[in-house]
Design a protein around this ligand. Structure first.
Ligand code: UDP
Length: 239
């Protein structure tokens, strides 16, 4: 398989066409951004770490019957995925208060939520990814009612699988963001990445933050936190 022209460069990844139809070639970058691109930087080794971490999580989900775009890892920073058309909705699932939810509700960070919360954000850089609801999704034509129900079910199942898996590694899954895509056959499948860039992970005992909040809030030891996540889920830390 050959890498062909670049289709898209995002904040954390590049997407290329390949010589094999139906597939994309993803390259994970060390670049990090926060607050809608206002804060920019680099996290040494992040491309390698997130490529491996995401491959492990997406493979785990496949094993558990949750189909997704991951096909195979081909180098330390690259993986081949199934071609899908990304639905411009960021699906956020929350178990514990943190980040924008803590701010919105005026609740302190770290409170266990009485029920899982799901939020949808319109993936639109110009608008700053605003929070939207089912009615907004309908009038924007982003997904049908059935498609949104499918997305919701998959997101809840992913939360269950990851929660159980991570608790066994002494990690708390505070919240995370998912993106879904539509396959040429019209199926909605999980796409994008699952990594410390897109999830909040806390140590179950010390509550130490082991994710991108260390970059967002200048807490230091960002790379070490990503390495710690990879180590706990059984990946290699030789980056
Ligand atoms: N998130 C993400 N990309 C975004 C916004 C949020 O991956 O553009 C993730 C973030 O890492 C966290 C969850 O979604 O795990 C909820 O983020 P929140 O709404 O609290 O926003 P933040 O505090 O990151 O601005």
């Amino acid at each position: 398989m050959e890498k062909l022209e670049m289709l898209y460069e995002g904040k954390a990844k590049k997407v290329f066409k390949t010589s094999e139809s139906g597939t994309y070639w993803i390259e994970y970058k060390d670049d990090a951004t926060a607050f809608n691109g206002e804060k920019k930087g680099q996290i040494a080794g992040k491309g390698t770490l997130n490529n491996e971490i995401s491959a492990i999580f997406l493979s785990l989900l496949k094993e558990k019957g949750l189909d997704n775009h991951f096909i195979k890892k081909i180098s330390s920073t690259e993986q081949i995925v199934q071609q899908v058309e990304i639905i411009p909705i960021e699906v956020v699932v929350r178990n514990i208060t943190a980040g924008s939810l803590a701010k919105r509700l005026g609740w302190e960070e770290g409170k266990e939520l009485p029920q899982t919360i799901m939020e949808f954000y319109y993936k639109n850089d110009e608008l700053g990814d605003p929070l939207i609801n089912q009615d907004h999704i309908a009038i924007l034509g982003l997904a049908t009612e059935e498609e949104l129900a499918d997305i919701r079910n998959q997101a809840l199942k992913i939360n269950e699988i990851l929660n159980e898996y991570l608790l066994n590694k002494d990690l708390i899954l505070v919240d995370f963001k998912l993106e879904f895509g539509k396959s040429p056959a019209g199926d909605i499948i999980l796409a994008d990445e699952i990594s410390p860039d897109t999830c909040r992970f806390w140590d179950a005992h010390t509550k130490k933050k082991l994710d991108k909040d260390r970059f967002r809030r200048d807490l230091g030891n960002v790379e070490e936190a990503y390495q710690e996540i990879l180590r706990r889920i059984g990946g290699s830390v030789n980056v």
